[in-house]
Design a protein around this ligand. Sequence first.
Ligand code: SF4
Length: 198
Amino acid sequence: MDIKKIREQEIIFLEENTKRVLSKVPAFIKNKEVRLLGQITRAKLKPIKLLEKLYTFMDETAEFISEYSPCHKGCSSCCNMDVSISDIEVEFIEVKEGIKREKRKSPPKNNFGAPCPFLIEGACSIYKSRPYVCRKYSTLARSEFLCDISIHGVDIRYSTVHFNNVENSINYIKNKSKSYKIYDIRQMFKRNKLETNI
Ligand code: SF4
């Protein structure tokens, strides 16, 4: 079978599996998700603590999704493309990992095919502090096939189990912390500098 046909079949599976997984989200996760935004907006906490709360919830959803996803340690296709990050997420990495951002941000550029500075020997070296976008995208495809940038170029297919309150919560935290600008992670952290620390 040719690549085009395989790709079509894999995309059909991805779309069907995404619907299937959505229908299986356990009630306790759904209920937490319903309450999440209210808890975050009412909590008298600093934005970085709110972000930690949000990440904790996302870790729970990730644990559920992992049963249906081929994502695993050592597969890093999604770490070789743009990785958006806001100031509050940068601050989270600084505080939790003890790594300082670059004093002078490099200009934005196309990062397709360039590894994230935190990708060390095929794995994320700041997994517990990784940005929002890295937590959000996990594929629900049958295999890693649709994530392979050497086959599909920029037309990579991921899927996410979308939670409205998660999206609204990150937006609230960004606004509260005045993290209005979005950067690429490579503008904020440099690989060479990190390798001496990690
Ligand atoms: S922060 Fe970690 S998960 Fe995110 S792109 Fe970089 S290496 Fe990958």
